[in-house]
Design a protein around this ligand. Sequence first.
Ligand code: NAD
Ligand code: TYD
Length: 394
Amino acid sequence: MLLKSQHSGAASRGTHLIRILMTILVTGGAGFIGANFVLDWLAASNEAVINLDKLTYAGNPETLASLQGDARHQLVQGDIGDAALVSRLLAEHQPRAVVNFAAESHVDRSIHGPGEFIETNIVGTFRLLESVRGYWSGLLDSDIREQGLAPTGVQAQAPTKGGFRFLHVSTDEVYGSLSQSDPAFAETNRYEPNSPYSASKAASDHLVRAWHHTYGLPVLTTNCSNNYGPYHFPEKLIPLMIVNALAGKPLPVYGDGMQIRDWLYVKDHCSAIRRVLEAGRLGETYNVGGWNEKPNIEIVHTVCKLLDELRPKADGTSYATQITYVTDRPGHDRRYAIDARKLEAELGWKPAETFETGIRKTVAWYLANPEWVQHVQSGAYRDWVSKNYAGRQA
Ligand code: NAD
Ligand code: TYD
């Protein structure tokens, strides 16, 4: 029998040996990467997940529908900036780690309305760090079982002050834009964020770093390149192209389409986070990437080719005929590229997917899950699309 640590009172009444597993707190676990992380985590482990998510437009409990009735997962709607709520969750559930995915994450939205990005990504992260610092300061210095506090017959694993970890999930966009000849971003690159989104993420990374150096909070930071995969909200390039192509709509390519991004399949990002959480050195940052630099226009053509193969159009034309070049994004970063050698060498992490295998799985997933797409295309989604793409036609 497996019980979460917060059930230790009930467990103590049993006479059999009960194994109490620890718990982790995930924030933003109803979003694209966070939900993939939670699903993968619970597929591989019995360690419970408390999932704190504000359920903004980007948070979708439907992504977690397969966990309904699963006692190992609890979704709590709330804000990382709500100190009373976060402190209560930490005190109640005693997690051994916090993994922070919660953020406003879309560059175009940050251009139209930066305020939410400052609130969640900067102020929210600050408040979360303070709540976590309060909890961490109060943790026991060693295992409760060793101190003789655990009831007889219970094999308890309580979080220890030394063992606690706060992992902050961040982006490669904090490093700014590369020219064609620049080497890929290393962890030692200067921060040069260019959009309200990347500036807010950069600020959050600095706060996390400072809470380690000043207060000793045991933190880790990961800076990942562009993700793609299942459950990706169709405001981002790859899912937007799939969804628009199938709907017979234009495929809007910003500017000349030659901006380069470094693409990583979301499940590989999740495995990197698990690895860093497990074995990363405290206070360190780890770049995560799949060595898959591609210009946007190539990505769009790849998506069109896969759709031509898997869901050919009735009239026999290619989806590529829907490609439309539109006005560029203001301040558009030209190139991102991740040097992931530190993570590979220190922690032995490697992505499982190539771009070719990952993008095929992704397109197949969208074809197999039209209901999920339909449900996220609410009125609010349609308002966003008309706001962002109005006046963009080149
Ligand atoms: P997302 O926008 O899909 O999901 C963000 C989630 O956070 C949503 O579920 C939302 O409801 C929740 N949230 C927003 N504000 C919150 C708040 N104040 N309190 C609690 N929850 C809140 O984003 P994503 O693509 O899953 O990205 C997750 C993290 O990974 C972000 O920190 C992002 O900066 C980072 N990241 C994303 C990418 C990418 O390609 N998507 C790449 C590198 C890093
Ligand atoms: P996006 O998925 O928004 O991620 P990010 O801006 O964080 O890299 O965009 C990926 C790239 O695709 C980026 O260079 C902007 C471009 N893009 C388009 O050309 N058209 C679109 O409709 C969108 C959403 C993005």
